[in-house]
Design a protein around this ligand. Sequence first.
Ligand code: 1GP
Length: 247
Amino acid sequence: MQVEAHLQKIIEQDGKVHLTLIDPASQTPERAVEIALAAVEGGTDAIMIGGSTGASGTILDETVIKIKEKVNVPTILFPGSSAGLSSYADAVFFMSLLNSRDLGYVITNQVLGAPLVYRSQIEPISMAYLVVEPGGTVGWIGDAKLIPRKKPDIAAVYALAGKYLGMHYTYLEAGSGADAPISPEMIGAVKHVLGENKLIVGGGIRDAITAKLCASAGADMIVTGTIVEEVKDVTAKVAEIVSAIKS
Ligand code: 1GP
């Protein structure tokens, strides 16, 4: 399956893409499958699998394998390091945390992970990963020089640099569970310089209104993670967000 081409087609058809993030460290593989199935029923377009801490090894492989067995949408790895790779997934966001002070998150983990991607059938999707205040766990672990929330221009020049380096996607990350998502001003400024290149926005998006605001400001893809782990009715929550961004 050509995942990037598949997502492109969805954007052409529906305007926007919804991605559900599942952290294998947060629940059993069985529960992860239930969440993924419910999210797909709610209309999510792909399942992202990853996390900053603990999303590796057996729990990661089992989660990917079990989700792939049951769901009919692509599985995309969202690795916190080279340990976040699993040869069972369809694709990987092959990402560089461009605003990290630690070279490990900019290039070394990518070098360590590249041979596994080369040997396996996982499709790499190149991505500039930008962590914005408050940044959450990934900001701390990734030693990010957090982009100030109220400085859209700084995010825009990072995104432009990523685009000129050949990255197809840019991910504006406020941090999982952030109390405020990326501002519409920052999303607009980044999408303006990206043009046709794809913009993913995530962190702190919990409801339809917020998701719609981010999508209308220029996000091509909206990620929700924490909320699907918290709500009882995952299908209804995802459906609410999906219908808001695709309408
Ligand atoms: C985290 O952007 C994602 O990497 C999703 O954030 O968990 O807040 O939805 P939430």
